[in-house]
Unconditional design. Structure first.
Length: 201
């Protein structure tokens, strides 16, 4: 056993490479994954609900999109595929996750449009038309709130954030907290115990 979590910056767990296959919006994906990253062996059920139920960007979407907590990159790869004129910033503290996301962006033909970076590597003046996240609930409530306080304000004035949170892990309380912070929050969908939240200014 090691002390690694998916939010460990430099996982010490042996990588044990694998491949994860899934389909979104009629397109099949086969992405590289490895131990030491979030949901290494499969597309996380919450991420699957998010990609199925949220409104994927239109093909003519431009500008910058943010995948917050990118893991091995399934959301980033879907966003880059569905919005070929947009740029995706894939943010994760886990260096193995970032490397996998970069490799998977190349697999889907989007290596030049997906920037897999650490949080502090995102340009300070960059705003996002969309933010997508299956947020890292297990880092703790205080840390999660701090994470969202940091990144939600980076939305453009007319931007939208799509979040998925399991109900039993606090999806409804997070909804309430976001409203208290002044955000407009719509429970866009519920499926398999997950809440898909649409967050706007």
């Amino acid at each position: 056993m090691t002390g690694d979590h998916y939010f460990t910056a430099e996982p010490s767990t042996a990588a044990a490479p694998r491949e994860v296959e899934f389909s979104v919006a009629g397109r099949d994906y086969a992405l590289r994954s490895a131990a030491g990253v979030f949901s290494a062996a499969r597309l996380d059920p919450g991420t699957a609900v998010l990609l199925r139920k949220a409104e994927l960007p239109a093909p003519d979407t431009t500008g910058a999109l943010l995948d917050l907590g990118c893991g091995f990159g399934p959301i980033s790869c879907v966003l880059a595929s569905t919005a070929p004129a947009a740029t995706v910033w894939a943010v994760d503290v886990n260096e193995r996750a970032r490397a996998l996301t970069a490799a998977n962006a190349e697999r889907v033909g989007a290596a030049d449009r997906v920037h897999a970076v650490a949080p502090d590597e995102v340009p300070a003046d960059l705003s996002f038309s969309q933010l997508w996240s299956n947020p890292p609930i297990r880092i703790g409530k205080a840390e999660l709130h701090e994470l969202l306080r940091r990144w939600l304000p980076r939305l453009a004035p007319d931007g939208v954030a799509w979040l998925v949170v399991a109900r039993h892990l606090g999806g409804d309380s997070l909804h309430g907290w976001l409203v208290e912070q002044g955000w407009r929050v719509d429970r866009h969908a519920s499926q398999k115990g997950y809440r898909v939240l649409r967050v706007t200014r």
